[in-house]
Ligand binder design. Sequence first.
Ligand code: 13P
Ligand code: SF4
Length: 310
Amino acid sequence: VDATLDLFHEIERLKKEKNAIILAHYYQEPDIQDVADYIGDSLGLAQAAEKTDADIIVFAGVHFMAETAKILNPKKKVLLPDLKAGCSLADSAPADAFREFRNQHPDHVVISYINCTAEIKAQSDIIVTSSNAALVVNSVPKDQPIIFAPDKNLGAYLIKKTGRDMLLWNGACMVHEIFSLEKITKLKIRHPKAKILAHPECEEPILHIADYIGSTTGILKYSREDSATEYIVATETGILHQMQKDSPHKTFIPAPPTNNCACNDCPHMKLNTLEKLYLCMEYETPEILMEEELRKAAKKPIDRMLEISR
Ligand code: 13P
Ligand code: SF4
């Protein structure tokens, strides 16, 4: 890319010229969030993808999110700045192993977290995100056994919250699994008034000490409306950009991970850059493509989720 190019200006130009919309997740780098037309959590992004009348959806997020947008918009071009932007949760549930697991429990309803591949969605009865999971689990009749996949931490949290016993797939998010209870506790001693905000993908001991547990949108809303002035944030650091923008007078401290890395960046989310975003809009590649049969099968459980969440 020509170093003299003003990427912000070029991206705005391409949006208009191509009738393109940029949907970005809160874990994207600040520059990408600033050029996005819509920033949201997984549910908000799926709803925005369902509603848009743009010709091109540029998805600044990870592969399963762009795939969901394509499932909902077969006629639109869906672009992802870096096709390698995957997800450890989606990777933890390979389609064949999951089919075998499901076949061992044919009487179970399959509820899958949206952080999974289209192949897993196609094998699921209903999809959830972190913001509607409890609502969806509660909508299933009480005597109906449930498989929940692929996130065991979100699953365990839901079992506790809804009182429903569910069979859990053994997957986890690499970012939310590495928070250190010991380091967070020490931080809390130094900042006794700070509230702990956590994403339900975190492990149980972290959720146990949290003042609020929710999706990225939930965490952002809580920090905006709550009266405290300091927060320890146990989720990917990208969210801090909007938190700080919404509440400039408040202090947000990223929860420390067990390793010595100072940050909790998702290596997949952070593969996208402003430069790659510009290039993918200019050349309209890489594009998300999908077999129609798979798309239709994966759409059914997403539609059920969107229906319940309206
Ligand atoms: P939400 O933004 O839906 O809370 O999801 C978090 C996440 O880990 C997305 O990859
Ligand atoms: Fe997947 Fe975790 Fe990254 Fe979200 S933060 S994309 S769940 S690896």
